[in-house]
Design a protein around this ligand. Structure first.
Ligand code: KG4
Ligand code: ZN
Length: 362
């Protein structure tokens, strides 16, 4: 089956054509991503109206390029939730029109589930259920995933997402938006310079919160502690600029704290919900230190870790197409009334309606 996936939930306009078969390796025929980062960097974050307009300008060419040298699709999958509503509406409206013009089924996709489905693009695995950690700019949650499409959240952030914390700390350290990837490189330098002795690092509060049987995170206390530390240092030294060593130490300390905290709750969640497989996905899954920490945890628990390669961790159309394959198999097909939803509540109700209609037909 050939699926065209369309993504426009935040600041990347993306489209991809993939082929998928039962038990076989997925093939990515095209994967076009048009990033708006250079536009939003001027403002230090995503400006929703500018983002919607940029999607509107880019989407026709992005989809055309993705379809150019790829086989004709049998279905179109599109991200319909969660995300910035104006951005989602561009992708949904475009996908609806194209599906109608080509007479193809339209598959509504949840962005978070698509991040997890990216794990299938380069790995063949088929188990009834597995655990997944999604760490992105907008979400940080641990899920139990059944049959690749039913997600039960077993832990999540109570406030900021992990990627948001990386970006905000990057910003106070003077890095351009989004700071995540640059923070990764700074932390690497810090670990090379200051070594592994915890005494070399600043003790920031852990994002792991609650009792042992709670698998939640909170990144806002950690973010505030880093910002306060930066302000105090500047005041104490009567300067507006931190030294290179101080920047490195802060980036290293923040990254250590994030990795240790994420692993603490993930370990507890995996212990309470045993599974052969853990999927690590989302934009922050590209972080080399987090990948290493989660990989060590999985090794110690004898769990197979599946994480997309770096280019497939960030937002892309191939992950939407992959999720589309599993949703299509499960009979999740939208009609022409498909709408976009900024949050999960509306999209869950919509998917429930589709399931009810599907079940009443069978
Ligand atoms: O999944 P994604 O592309 O978009 C959302 O769904 O939010 O994630 C984007 C986030 C940004 O916060 C970005 O800074 C972060 O992923 N990110 C990273 C790295 N690469 C991207 N964070 C830490 N280390 C990285 N190497
Ligand atoms: Zn994303």
């Amino acid at each position: 089956m050939v699926i065209l996936g369309i993504e426009s939930s935040c600041d990347e306009t993306a489209a991809s054509v993939i082929s998928a078969e039962e038990g076989g390796v997925m093939k990515v025929h095209s994967n076009i991503v048009s990033s708006q980062i250079s536009i939003h960097a001027l403002y230090g974050g995503v400006v929703p109206e500018i983002a919607s307009r940029a999607h509107c300008e880019a989407i026709t060419n992005v989809v055309r390029k993705a379809m150019e040298n790829a086989p004709a699709p049998d279905a179109i999958a599109v991200t319909f939730a969660p995300g910035l509503i104006g951005c989602l509406l561009v992708g949904v409206s475009f996908a609806k029109s194209l599906a109608s013009a080509l007479g193809l089924p339209l598959i509504p996709i949840d962005h978070i589930k698509a991040h997890v489905a990216a794990a299938h693009l380069e790995n063949v695995f088929s188990v009834d259920s597995y655990n997944a950690l999604v760490v992105s700019g907008g979400h940080t949650s641990i899920y139990r995933v059944d049959r690749d499409i039913d997600f039960t959240e077993i832990g999540s952030t109570r406030d900021d997402a992990c990627g948001e914390a990386f970006d905000k700390v990057g910003r106070v350290l003077g890095l351009p938006y989004p700071g995540g990837a640059a923070m990764d490189r700074l932390a690497q330098k810090a670990f090379e310079k200051f070594g592994s002795d915890p005494k070399g690092y600043i003790p920031f509060p852990s994002p792991a919160v609650g009792d042992d049987d709670c698998f939640d995170y909170s990144f806002s206390g950690l973010k505030t502690a880093v910002i306060n530390h930066v302000n105090n240092e500047k005041q104490r030294k009567r300067t507006d600029v931190l030294s290179e060593d101080e920047i490195l130490r802060i980036a290293g300390s923040f990254t250590r704290t994030v990795c240790a905290g994420v692993v603490t709750k993930l370990d507890a969640a995996m212990k309470a919900n045993p599974s052969e497989i853990l999927v690590l996905a989302g934009g922050v899954a590209a972080n080399s230190h987090l990948r290493k920490a989660v990989s060590e945890l999985c090794e110690s628990r004898k769990v197979r870790l599946i994480t997309p390669s770096i280019p497939l961790c960030g937002d892309n159309g191939a992950m939407v197409a992959s999720a589309g394959y599993y949703s299509f198999r499960a009979g999740i097909i939208a009609d022409s009334s498909l709408n976009a939803f900024a949050s999960d509540e509306g999209s869950k109700a919509y998917l429930d309606q589709i399931r009810q209609k599907r079940d009443s037909r069978s």
